[in-house]
Design a protein around this ligand. Structure first.
Ligand SMILES: C[S@@+](CC[C@H](N)C(=O)[O-])C[C@H]1O[C@@H](n2cnc3c(N)ncnc32)[C@H](O)[C@@H]1O
Length: 273
């Protein structure tokens, strides 16, 4: 089991609890941009607790959604969601986005939210997506952009770097779960994997949160890996200081920014890679 898999196995329930209203709005935008007709077979790659998959499944009268995720806990959680929502056209399975146990040309569309910054090799992932898509099949992806949680990242940088034994900025840039991406990284990789980009745009949504909820949410998506450079005996103090830093900002109305890049692309036909 690799580090990402075991992290999401441990944080699945917290992750599910902290999916923000902003993120849910972004799911609606992604699904809207995909312009489903209703009979498509759709793959949700890195489906996590299955909220996007469930939304897409509801849009498909005559189609179906398969969610694939590396983490068993996520697959379990998402399957329970499909069951309790009585969505019979939605199922989940465990799998690795870089080596999918799915046949060629099986899907009309692939959606994927906040997966790409977790995979070790984005190019391999795009090649797999292309393989399982039919010709002219469409891909809709959402990745975190630079503005995402910028207020939180700055607070972390200020506080954690003071405690880090080594290079604080290096530790912060490795902060799991808060990595962001640039369109310049993603678009060329997509094109060279055989996709034609139809549309890309960024959407920023702002949300007011209490300091405690902020810290809990960041814990859920980082597994507190940001504390790795801090001596054990000082970790509680770092947590308290982060809370105080957030509370200071809360005085002015702490806002977090859920900011994503959306990319809608189409598989180029045949072997035009
Ligand atoms: C940040 S969560 C996003 C979940 C969901 N798509 C959402 O937007 O709420 C990333 C998910 O990708 C999964 N994941 C990470 N690496 C993966 C891989 N190589 N293949 C499949 N899933 C992966 C994780 O287990 C986790 O559930």
């Amino acid at each position: 089991m690799n580090g990402v898999e075991s992290m999401f196995d441990r944080t699945a329930e917290d992750y599910d609890r902290f999916v923000s209203p902003c993120r849910v709005c972004q799911f609606l935008v992604l699904a809207h941009e995909m312009n489903f007709k209703g009979s498509e077979k759709v793959l949700d790659l890195g489906s996590g607790p299955g909220l996007l998959s469930a939304h897409v499944a509801r849009l498909l009268d005559d189609g179906e959604v398969v969610g694939v995720d590396l983490s068993d806990s996520m697959v379990r959680l998402a399957s329970q969601r499909a069951h309790s929502l009585k969505l019979s056209n939605l199922r989940f399975m465990r799998g690795d986005a870089m080596s999918l146990d799915l046949p060629d040309s099986a899907f009309d569309a692939v959606v994927s939210s906040y997966l790409l910054h977790w995979v070790p090799d984005m190019n391999r992932c795009f090649t797999e997506i292309r393989r399982v898509l039919k010709d002219d099949g469409r891909l809709g992806i959402m990745v975190p952009s630079l503005a995402r949680y910028s207020e939180l990242r700055e607070a972390f940088r200020r506080v954690v770097s003071r405690y880090c034994e080594k290079d604080g900025s290096r530790r912060i840039s490795e902060m799991v779960g808060l990595r962001v991406m640039r369109r310049e990284e993603v678009l060329p990789a997509l094109k060279s994997a055989g996709f034609e980009v139809e549309k890309d745009f960024e959407l920023n949504l702002r949300e007011r949160l209490s300091a405690a909820v902020c810290l809990d949410r960041v814990k859920a998506i980082t597994w507190e890996r940001y504390l790795e450079g801090v001596p054990m005996a000082e970790r509680d103090e770092v947590r308290n200081e982060l809370l105080r830093e957030f509370e200071r900002n809360c005085g002015m109305g702490l806002l977090t920014t859920e900011s994503s890049i959306f990319i809608i692309a189409k598989k180029r036909r045949g072997d035009q890679v």
